[in-house]
Each structure stands twice: as structure tokens, then as C-alpha cells.
Ligand binder design. Structure first.
Ligand code: ADP
Ligand code: MG
Length: 218
């Protein structure tokens, strides 16, 4: 028997907020399939980042159901959710959020090492991705004094290192010039076309228009 193909991300009737009685998302439902790239759009403060935090299991919804693949993750505790993130989700934020005390290479392989992947294999793949994304600074040096573009290329390598089936990106090109923005967008689209589910919160109408679908928040 062939199992029904479920969306990779499936959210139903999600309500979440930061303060009691002040929900940011109310009864939000949506799903993202494998191979699909979906934009979240809406004015500032409409909850785009919050929705990414919910879909990424960084926060737990007050009510509603979130499924990642075959698993209902809505009720998992912190440890269970961090395992889900390590196994399945790559994040790209507007700022690269690199650890300046560590080397570029250590920043990129951090998630893989946390997961228990073989370090040498992770390092080899990290070098390949850094080269692919045109990071032309020595990867053994500390992740400081980088341009915004270089830092985001490094963050992209970190997010895609383990080929996660889900990538969540929050205004990933918001601080970048056109050249760097195009590189980041191209990498996200390629990753979607290789079978991943991608969700990107963006102000960029042109980017949203090129995505397969749009979630509009108000
Ligand atoms: N960590 C937080 N604590 C309290 N309120 C927050 C927090 N993050 C966001 N908010 C509030 O949630 C609402 C949605 O914010 P956000 O998800 O950042 O929107 P967007 O990304 O669309 O600009 C806003 O009213 C914002 O002030
Ligand atoms: Mg935001």
C-alpha cells in the first residue's frame, strides 16, 4: 500500500503570542510541501518572524497542531524540539548571528557537530559550501570583521550544511546588496528544487512573487 504523501510542514489552527491575552497568530493554518518555496509577507509587526519561530519549533504554540513530516511536534518539550531542529531544520536570519569567538569553519559545522555527525565529513562539506558561496576569507580565522555579505554567505553554508529538509529564512536578504541577495536567493531556490520545504519571510515583493505561494499576514 502506498502511504499518503503528507506535506512536510503542516500547521492547523495555530494560536500563539508572547503575552497572555495578546495572541499574535490566531488560528493560523497552512502547509508546505517538499520541493516548495513559500513566502510570508505582511507589514512590519504582522507576525512574520513569529510564524517562522512557530514553524521552526523555537516556540510552542498555545493551541493548534504542528506536524513536521510524520510527527506531531506541538507538545514536545525543549529537548524534543531542539532535536527536531537539529535533525530537520536550517535557519537563516536577517543577521548572520555568527559566534565571533570561534572560527568561520567552527561556526559552519556547529549544528552538525551538535547532531553528532562525523566532524571530518562536516568540515569537508563546509569547505565545499564556503567555496561554492564565494567565501574568500580563510576559514580558520575567527568570524569577526566580515562584511554583511560574507557573514550571510557563511550563515547560508551553516544552514544548508546538513541538507536539512526544511529551511526557514527571516528577511535573509534584508541587509544585503543585490549581488549577495541574488546569491542567497539562488541557493534557497536550488535547495527547494532539490526537494526541501523552504519558508521565507520577506518585505521584497519581487522575491515573494517568484516563490511558489504566499502566506499573507495582516
Ligand atoms: N520576543 C517578543 N516578545 C514580545 N513581543 C514580541 C516578541 N517578538 C515579537 N513580538 C510582537 O509580536 C508582534 C509580531 O512581531 P513579529 O513576528 O516580529 O512581526 P514581523 O516579523 O512581521 O515584523 C509584534 O506586535 C511584536 O511587537
Ligand atoms: Mg520580522
Amino acid at each position: 500500500m502506498i502511504a499518503a504523501v503528507r506535506p512536510l510542514i503542516e500547521a492547523a489552527e495555530i494560536t500563539f503570542g508572547y503575552r497572555r491575552g495578546q495572541p499574535v497568530l490566531v488560528g493560523w493554518s497552512g502547509s508546505v510541501a517538499r520541493g516548495e518555496i513559500v513566502a510570508i509577507v505582511g507589514k512590519s509587526g504582522s507576525g512574520k518572524s513569529t510564524l517562522l519561530y512557530v514553524l521552526g519549533t523555537l516556540v510552542r504554540p498555545w493551541s493548534g497542531t504542528l506536524r513536521i513530516g510524520d510527527h506531531d511536534v506541538s507538545h514536545l518539550g525543549d529537548r524534543g524540539r531542539s532535536d527536531v531542529r537539529a535533525a530537520a531544520i536550517g535557519f537563516v536570519f536577517q543577521d548572520a548571528l555568527l559566534d565571533p569567538r570561534r572560527s568561520i569553519l567552527d561556526n559552519v559545522v556547529e549544528g552538525a557537530v551538535y547532531r553528532g555527525d562525523d566532524r571530518a565529513a562536516a568540515v569537508a562539506r563546509a569547505r565545499t559550501l564556503l567555496e561554492r558561496y564565494g567565501v574568500d576569507v580563510e576559514s580558520s580565522r575567527r568570524a569577526t570583521d566580515l562584511s554583511g555579505g560574507q557573514a550571510q554567505r557563511i550563515a547560508l553554508a551553516r544552514a544548508l550544511l546538513g541538507s536539512p529538509p526544511i529551511v526557514l529564512a527571516d528577511e535573509p536578504t534584508g541587509n544585503l546588496d543585490r549581488t549577495n541577495a541574488t546569491l542567497v536567493e539562488t541557493a534557497l531556490f536550488e535547495h527547494a528544487r532539490s526537494g526541501a520545504a523552504i519558508v521565507v519571510a520577506t518585505h521584497d515583493e519581487a522575491l515573494a512573487a517568484r516563490c511558489d505561494r504566499t502566506f499573507r499576514l495582516s
